[in-house]
Design a protein around this ligand. Structure first.
Ligand SMILES: C[S@@+](CC[C@H](N)C(=O)[O-])C[C@H]1O[C@@H](n2cnc3c(N)ncnc32)[C@H](O)[C@@H]1O
Length: 225
């Protein structure tokens, strides 16, 4: 058995035991319809979705910002952590992705709490800031990695003490630590990690993961005073 097969088997094992009722109908349907609409299969895994949900619950999050909606799969996991008066805003560049996500979110019964905004996030974020929203308790960054340092800066602007920022895909098979790799996405992720490590208002870490999403990882950063 290859390493990758083993990672998948262990993910299946954990999913069977820890998420016996999930993915449920709405989550399954979100993946199925995303696939049928030709969206790339790059959503978080069920176990990762549950981690996002748990983080949002630990935060007691009432306001969540997501950058990178795709078909709304991670959005549904996060949206389900919200209290009845909570709100999630998800930013998506591709109108077709946003359309599929909007349908998936409505089927999950989250359309009152979740709003998908279409456009390049670097255009949507200043507009959002102009609205003076309440600080976001959790920001999930999962879009074009080249802009990760900009997304981190915006996340800092739109959060407050105690907020949590989750930055996805920081390992990408180990490319992050390969000095010969100058892919703009990798360079963007390195810059975001440097920002987390050096910013006086951030305390962070990064964790490598293996599983259904192969060898990757995520960074977590808590906003300080
Ligand atoms: C990895 S997928 C998001 C997956 C989703 N968070 C999930 O786990 O279900 C990245 C998404 O970011 C979107 N994206 C790419 N560039 C963007 C940009 N500049 N602004 C907003 N969204 C962007 C892509 O269209 C894609 O749908």
């Amino acid at each position: 058995m290859s390493e990758s097969q083993l990672w998948h088997e262990v993910d299946d094992y954990f999913t069977d035991r820890l998420l016996p009722d999930a993915p449920d109908d709405a989550l399954e349907a979100a993946l199925r319809d995303s696939d049928a609409a030709g969206l790339p299969a790059i959503a978080v895994s069920p176990l990762q979705g549950k981690l996002l949900q748990l983080l949002a619950q630990v935060q007691g999050a009432r306001h969540i910002l997501e950058i990178g909606t795709l078909g709304g799969y991670s959005t549904i996991w996060l949206g389900r952590a919200l209290p009845a008066d909570g709100r999630l805003i998800s930013l998506e560049f591709n109108p077709e992705h946003a359309e599929v996500a909007t349908r998936n979110i409505a089927r999950a019964g989250l359309d009152k709490q979740v709003e998908v905004r279409v456009g390049a996030a670097l255009d949507s974020l200043p507009q959002l800031a102009d609205e003076n929203p309440p600080p976001f308790d959790l920001v999930f960054i999962d879009a074009d990695k080249v802009n990760n340092p900009h997304y981190m800066e915006w996340a800092l602007r739109l959060t407050s003490t105690g907020s949590l920022i989750v930055l996805d895909n920081v390992v990408r098979g180990g490319r992050v630590a390969d000095p010969a790799n100058t892919d703009p996405d990798v360079v963007g992720t390195r810059a975001a990690l440097d920002l987390i490590g050096s910013h006086p208002r951030l305390s962070g870490t990064a964790i490598q993961t293996v599983g259904a999403k192969e060898y990757d990882g995520f960074a977590l950063a808590r906003v300080l005073a």
